[in-house]
Design a binder for this molecule. Structure first.
Ligand SMILES: *Cc1c(COP(=O)(O)O)cnc(C)c1O
Length: 349
């Protein structure tokens, strides 16, 4: 493999002189600030919201570094993972020229973000039923304009883990960037691939505080990669992409690892319970194995069941029109009580 970050990077980004904010130039916390046109009296909210936030979120990164065992220089924080995905397209894909490879059924944002950036998407479907990478077909589909490969593991909406051996094959035979989206890794029975960052300079791993950490409303997504790739993310991102309130609250949340681990255990235990209960219901044909906080289930009449649940104030995700997901609904694991309500409704269907 001849991965060269410098050749992969778009020319305009390589030559970009990034915006230098007031807080990039002076990093001290003490002083009288005449540099950023802020309101000197404070905010009406009584918090220091009159001041711009730390552009590089160093305090938050130190916390993440401690919790995850990843050096600060290898961490990027985005306004949701979606910002990290968008930056990858803008850094590496020339609009109208380059392409990215995805393996449907998978997370919808890769394709939407590609479309926004006028980047062609090459689709190599996962294998039917097992939902694994079709490595032969993927390697065949790579051409000189292929710059990104996305794999979601555990995958959304199927819930399964993707075999490391096949991801490794792509990593070792692709000169572009391999992005592994680990949004659901906290619910999986296997470990994160973060330690592989040391072995593969073309690897980017995405995680988020939106799912297991229960902070979807704060919009904190993370990308882990080599320092050189992280520097590119930082060059492109809006200067103050993570607001002060989100930085502070995320830091508070990261102090409570034990509580989150308890919630994760409960959700994983509920996943097994609800899967067992669903397997006894006649309108459910198949429950796919899940390493995430949701179950993909094949049903007899997806649209009718979906509408029946809606009429009873229960919202699931209808995935029945998605490639390889005929008849399927995706159900997030709720609290024990919510799950029981869902089961009894489905029993009555
Ligand atoms: C939910 C989800 C995310 C999280 O996105 P955020 O923007 O961080 O909330 C990322 N990837 C996948 C596959 C997801 O399902």
């Amino acid at each position: 493999m001849q991965f060269e970050l410098d050749t992969l990077l778009r020319k305009n980004i390589k030559e970009l002189k990034p915006y230098s904010s007031a807080r990039d130039e002076y990093k001290g916390k003490e002083g009288v600030f005449f540099d950023a046109n802020e309101n000197p009296f404070g905010s009406t909210l009584g918090v220091n919201y009159n001041r711009y936030p730390d552009p590089l979120q160093l305090d938050l990164k130190e916390k993440i570094s401690k919790v995850k065992g990843i050096p600060v220089k290898n961490i990027f924080i985005g306004n949701g993972s979606d910002e990290a995905i968008d930056i990858l397209f803008r850094a590496f894909c020339n609009p109208g020229v380059d392409n990215a490879i995805i393996c449907p059924p998978t997370y919808g944002m890769y394709e939407v973000s590609a479309n926004i950036n006028d980047v062609q998407i090459v689709k190599v479907p996962l294998t039917a039923e097992e939902f694994q990478l079709d490595t032969k077909q993927i390697l065949k589909s790579i051409n000189k304009n292929s710059k990104l490969f996305f794999v979601c593991c555990p995958n959304n909406p199927t819930g399964n883990g993707v075999k490391w051996a096949s991801i490794k094959t792509i990593l070792e035979n692709f000169n572009g960037i391999v992005v592994i989206d680990e949004a659901y890794i906290n619910f999986a029975s296997y470990n994160s691939l973060v330690p592989e960052l040391l072995n593969y300079p073309n690897l980017v791993i995405l995680q988020t505080l939106s799912k297991a950490w229960g902070l979807a409303g704060l919009r904190i997504g993370m990308a882990f990669a080599s320092k050189d790739i992280i520097d590119i993310f930082n060059k492109i991102k809006p200067p103050y992409n993570i607001n002060s309130a989100s930085q502070t609250e995320a830091m508070n949340a990261l102090d409570k690892v034990e509580e989150i681990n308890t919630m994760i255990k409960t959700i994983v235990a509920e996943r097994k319970k609800i899967a067992d209960a669903l397997s006894t219901i006649s309108c459910i044909i198949k429950i796919y194995p899940s390493e995430a906080n949701f179950l993909l289930v094949k049903t007899t009449e997806p649209d009718k069941i979906y509408n029946y649940l809606i009429a009873n104030n229960m919202v699931v995700r209808n995935r029945s029109k998605v490639q390889l997901c005929d008849g399927c609904l995706r159900i997030t694991i709720g609290t024990s009580e919510q799950n029981q309500q869902l089961i009894s409704l489905l029993k009555k269907y």
